[in-house]
Design a protein around this ligand. Sequence first.
Ligand code: B1M
Length: 215
Amino acid sequence: MSEATAGLRQALLEADEAAAVEETRRLLAEGTEPREILESGLAAAMSELGQRWNRGEAFLPEVVAAAEIFKKCSELVEPALLSRDEKKAGHRVVIGTVKGDLHDLGKNLVAVMMRTAGFEVHDLGKDVPAEKFVEAARDLGARIVGLSALLTTTMVEQKVVIEALQEAGLRSAVKVLVGGAPVTAQWAAEIGADGYASNATEAVEVALGLVGAGE
Ligand code: B1M
């Protein structure tokens, strides 16, 4: 975690929208790497908030407020990230948070980082049923289907989507990438996914590898 983003983390932890927006703008104006703002600033603070929630030191209204602020700030960072000339891939990706799961901040970060790498990302949103993933993968001719799950109870939906792709005869045409806080490489292997990533930067690297475009 960088010192430069400490103020942003603090603002998010305090769910102070005005301060978080101001810090984000300041960091961008100073030329801080957009990725650093997203990962070391915004994502790290949400993860710390999750730990506080686990310890009973933070409550749902704060988490909901921080999640809204996270979205606002990441939208401010997105144009800076996308304006970078790092285009490499050009493959279609369908991404979403699986059925029953409303967590989308991490999935949104993965989507924006993949766009930066030149992927054409179609974001289906959150609480996405298996048939929607199948339909989009077929209609768009996607090379990658990305499945995010944040709850231990919804991880199993990643397996349901893989099975649905298999039943639709699409399994060999697409690579399935899975992620989300409770997801592990072991789980990915167990359900027959092609790739697993623990964060957004890694998701891009794995995705490039899956389409044969890695360095
Ligand atoms: Co929820 N929640 N939540 N929550 N929430 C967790 C996940 C939890 C761990 C918190 C806790 O225990 N105290 C817990 C799950 C426990 C479990 O399953 N064992 C939990 C719970 C219980 C719940 C509710 C049931 C609470 C309730 O209602 N009583 C409820 C469920 C609603 C539902 O989904 N049906 C709920 C609701 C919410 C909010 C709506 C308030 C809010 C979500 C807002 C939103 O997303 N728009 C929320 C939040 C914010 C969290 C925590 C605090 C933070 C999640 C987050 O956004 N992190 C979370 C605690 C935690 O994770 N430690 C928690 C920041 C984000 C950038 O990281 O999402 O991990 P993350 O994404 C990372 C990586 O995981 C990875 O890259 C991302 C970027 O680095 N990644 C991928 C993610 N997707 C990927 C896909 C890939 C590759 C990598 O390839 C496709």
